[in-house]
Design a protein. Structure first.
Ligand SMILES: CCCCCCCCCCCCC[C@H](O)CC(=O)SCCNC(=O)CCNC(=O)[C@H](O)C(C)(C)COP(=O)(O)OP(=O)(O)OC[C@H]1O[C@@H](n2cnc3c(N)ncnc32)[C@H](O)[C@@H]1OP(=O)(O)O
Ligand code: NAD
Length: 499
């Protein structure tokens, strides 16, 4: 039971299953049945059941996508994708190649660095073999080809670019793709945060450029954010949405702004976690609070595995690095500790798959605090959760106000399937409603007073009818998400408020 509870991370159903089986095995038949019924009643009437139903229906509702400009799932026709290419075979590119091969789609993996290509070939092959063995099928190795350079791209219907997060590099790659590919080839980017419209502008077919944002590890995580720019055509959006489904993902269409939906919210979550380090918390304490809430890994373990350099590149491209910015920047500089491939490493001193406290980081933080005149104080688990999660939720409301996500369900699907938000808590927007919006508002205001860098709270009373664009809050689950507060703040600048 202890093992089940640990793995369930706060979900009550797995423990109830064990209790029911125990009752069946140890009690007379009728008593065992009665016990099972009682447990089922408890589960059916729990908030967790409502949260899971919300996840279920939300995942279905995001397939009926629409955009503020009128593109919709039922008026846009996807194109077939017979063959694809992935450019850049690092952490993400390899996982994307695996996803294509597993879905039975021939894929060409393209690198500029021959050594990286060899590492990618080995990793992709090993992953496909392991996966096929588990499923008792032949590994689809014949569907994957690898090459250095862009010379073989005329045969592909769609390309996904996954090179470093660097706008100048990505623009160059898109320019090259534009001449290397057929004029009708869709050009997609796996960028975490960059402006799709700028990439589209470097090509001969801006209408065929969309974001296809996969989540790490790309062959495991079920989410695909499909980002439409102001010039993306309905065909391009529909093709990316449908392709996501073929790859076994749930696709969510979102607008173009820095960080889109997921990372735009994540920025505030990461930022609070870093401020908590400055104020006296340790990375393992922050992670533990988030893991007890139900995340498979806390923010620092997740950043270690995704690659601290990726987070740093994202922040650098957004102008979020340099003096006066929380200690992530200096942490990154620690020699030999820049990404998961180096030592399985970093902020929490991950040794292999186990997270261990890192003595270097502890003394770094002490020195950092004393250099900046910061006195360490005790930070409670409640404060970690409220500051990290409500800052994230708050940005979710701004995103809704901006029309970047079609509705709160879209945000919840993104967080549950892309970032491991515990499904029994429904997603951030569902959770805020479950906690009570007045409570969330009060806590945001409290932390804003105490720590002026905490984002200002949403303040306006929510419109009762809020739901996805042009649809009521999903009708299958009564009472869900009838309420969404609007931010009193001016939303931060974003690329296009009405793409
Ligand atoms: C203005 C805008 C600015 C924006 C600023 C934002 C700043 C932050 C920027 C972040 C960087 C960009 C992020 C990116 O764009 C979006 C993301 O992808 S965020 C990452 C989301 N992913 C997760 O949160 C995954 C969390 N992990 C899990 O849910 C589980 O681990 C799992 C993947 C479901 C697997 O669980 P299990 O089956 O129990 O197995 P393990 O836990 O042992 O892991 C298996 C295997 O997967 C590897 N792995 C796990 N997580 C990651 C990860 N995040 N990245 C890479 N790899 C990961 C793990 O190492 C294991 O590998 P193996 O040992 O088998 O080789
Ligand atoms: N790591 C993550 O968690 C994550 C998640 C989602 C999205 N992303 C985004 O995906 C992209 C790639 O990230 P990553 O973590 O896989 O990076 P990475 O550093 O692991 O890999 C990038 C790869 O691109 C290759 N490359 C660079 N220039 C190239 C070129 N001109 N042609 C071909 N290959 C080239 C490099 O050799 C390297 O192998 C970035 O835009 C990143 O923001 C990353």
């Amino acid at each position: 039971m202890a093992q089940v509870r640990r793995r369930a991370r706060g979900a009550i159903a797995p423990a109830a299953c064990v209790q029911a089986i125990r009752a069946a095995a140890t009690l007379p038949y009728s008593q065992g049945m009665r016990r099972e019924r009682e447990l089922m009643d408890t589960l059916f009437n729990s908030g967790q059941a409502r949260a899971m139903q919300h996840c279920f229906f939300s995942q279905r509702s995001v397939g009926r996508w629409s955009t503020p400009s009128g593109m919709r799932w039922d008026n846009s026709r996807p194109r077939p994708v017979h063959k694809a290419a992935v450019v850049g075979l690092g952490t993400m590119g390899r996982g994307i190649v695996v996803s294509f091969a597993r879905a039975g789609i021939p894929v060409l993996g393209v690198e500029m660095d021959a050594k990286q290509l060899e590492v990618a070939r080995k990793t992709v092959t090993a992953t496909l073999e392991r996966d096929a063995q588990r499923r008792g099928v032949e590994p689809p190795l014949g569907l994957v080809r690898f090459t250095v350079g862009l010379q073989d791209l005329r045969e592909v219907d769609l390309v996904i670019e996954a090179v470093f997060e660097d706008m100048a590099l990505k623009k160059r790659v898109f320019r090259e793709l534009s001449s290397a590919c057929r004029p009708d080839t869709l050009l997609c980017s796996n960028t975490s945060s960059l402006d799709l419209d700028q990439l589209a502008a470097t090509t001969s077919r801006p209408e065929l450029v969309v974001g296809m944002h996969f989540f790490a590890p790309a062959h495991v995580m079920k989410l695909l954010e499909v980002i439409y720019g102001p010039r993306s055509s309905p065909t391009a959006v529909a093709t990316a949405m449908q392709l996501g489904k073929r790859l076994g993902k749930v696709s969510v269409a979102v607008g173009n702004c820095p960080g889109f939906v997921g990372n735009r919210m994540l920025k505030h979550y990461v930022e609070q976690a870093n401020f908590l380090l400055e104020e006296g918390a340790s990375p393992e304490q922050v992670d533990q609070a988030l893991e007890e809430f139900g995340f498979p890994m806390g923010v620092f373990r997740m950043s270690d595995l995704s690659g601290l350099d990726v987070g740093w590149r994202v922040r650098k491209e957004s102008g979020l690095t340099g003096p006066g910015v929380a200690p992530g920047e200096q942490v990154r500089r620690r020699q030999g500790r820049r990404r998961q491939a180096v030592a399985g490493t970093c902020t929490t001193g991950l040794g292999g798959r186990e997270a261990k406290p890192d003595p270097w980081l502890r003394s770094f933080l002490e020195e950092y605090r004393s250099r900046h005149g910061l006195r360490a104080r005790t930070v409670s688990q409640q404060e970690v959760l409220e500051r990290c999660l409500y800052a994230l939720v708050n940005e979710g409301f701004r995103i809704l106000e901006d029309g970047i996500a079609a509705g709160p369900e879209d945000i919840d699907v993104i967080y549950v399937l892309g970032y491991g938000w515990p499904p029994h808590r429904g997603g951030p927007m569902f959770h805020a409603v479950a906690v009570g919006l007045p409570t969330v508002l009060e806590r945001l205001e409290h932390y804003h007073q105490a720590h002026p860098r905490h984002p200002t709270a949403p303040a306006q009373p929510p419109p009762a009818e809020a739901g996805r664009q042009g649809q009521p809050a999903h009708p299958e689950v009564e009472g869900d998400h009838q309420e969404c507060p609007q931010s009193a703040l001016r939303p931060p600048d974003h690329y296009h408020s009405s793409p």
